[in-house]
Design a protein around this ligand. Structure first.
Ligand SMILES: [Zn+2]
Length: 307
């Protein structure tokens, strides 16, 4: 059991091998490298990633020639990977059909790509970064201040409004996700949309003007009626649907009474360590389980149990 808990399967989207462009700003890297024949391209058609099928497996990265005469809706300079420039391109969802015909491409929704671990671990984070940035461009074509059309700038890390001068930056939406404990007991819940038997950590968006710690306390009280005292940070995960940052915390409950919000939750329970260990290993007698390693909840539970 100890060996199992100390094994660390990769968490979805958490590893990104890029030297990010934002860490070495200066000049218009997109203009400079967009047609570099040595560059690599991360490609999305709408919300769907187009993977490259190679002799040694699937990859998020295509050769620069993939650009060809593709109609490009948005493009971003992401940074460098092993010294090679990497760009993200967005084309329309109706281009998917054409890629489906190609033997050098592989198409699957991004959640499944992560769940099944289809690309090298360090490329999963690149896919997340590209997806969030391209989705942001596609959904922010107009200025939130004055309504005029905006244009991409800063190599794709900003949109500028020429009418009123406002600069718009890509958004990241913080979500608090918490492993709540009381003594030896662990609080997990399920929503009706979860797969049968799945119990996970409670979670919710951090509200404006709220600390992460208070978001943990508020969400836990709203969903389970449980009061939380001390809160500490554990780990985080980008979740590009479209642009969340999951902030994983450990919260210590001040008592174990439950008052469940059944509008939001189908069930919330206190589980013993033994129960949760069986759930994590997927051998619980009642077929209860925790989320798979793609989800941060899996890692919060695993780390806590491993001590
Ligand atoms: Zn404007």
């Amino acid at each position: 059991m100890t060996d199992f808990l100390n094994d660390h399967p990769p968490m979805g989207f958490a590893t990104n091998g890029l030297v990010r462009h934002t860490s070495e700003r200066g000049g218009d890297a997109l203009a400079r490298y967009r047609l570099d024949p040595q560059a690599r391209i991360v490609l999305f058609a709408g919300d769907t990633p187009i993977l490259s099928r190679k002799a040694d497996g699937l990859s998020a990265l295509h050769a620069a020639a993939m650009r060809g005469d593709l109609p490009v809706a948005e493009e971003v300079y992401l940074g460098t990977l092993d010294g090679t420039h990497v760009l993200a391109l967005l084309t329309a969802a109706d281009q998917l059909k054409a890629f489906e015909q190609r033997s050098d491409c592989f198409i699957l929704d991004l959640r499944s790509v992560a769940t099944q671990g289809l690309v090298p671990e360090r490329e999963a984070g690149i896919l997340a970064e590209a997806k969030s940035l391209l989705s942001w461009h596609a959904r922010h074509r107009f200025c939130a201040n004055c309504g005029a059309a905006t244009r991409a700038s800063a190599s794709g890390f900003r949109r500028d409004c020429d009418a009123c001068g406002t600069q718009h930056f890509p958004r990241t939406d913080p979500v608090a996700i918490m492993l709540i404990t009381y003594g030896d007991k662990i609080l997990l819940g399920r929503q009706s949309r979860f797969p049968a038997g799945n119990y996970s950590c409670l979670a919710g968006f951090v509200e404006p003007g709220e600390t992460i710690e208070d978001a943990v306390r508020r969400e836990t009280f709203e969903e389970a009626g449980v009061r939380v005292g001390e809160v500490s940070y554990m780990l985080s995960q980008p979740w590009p649907f479209p642009s969340s940052l999951m902030i994983g915390c450990h919260g210590i409950a001040t008592d174990d009474s439950l008052d469940i919000d059944y509008e939001e939750m189908e069930d919330v329970r206190w589980f013993s360590r033994d129960d949760v260990t069986l759930m994590l290993e997927d051998r619980h007698p009642d077929n209860l389980r925790t989320p798979p390693p793609v989800a941060i909840a899996h890692h919060l539970v695993r780390r806590y149990l491993a001590g």
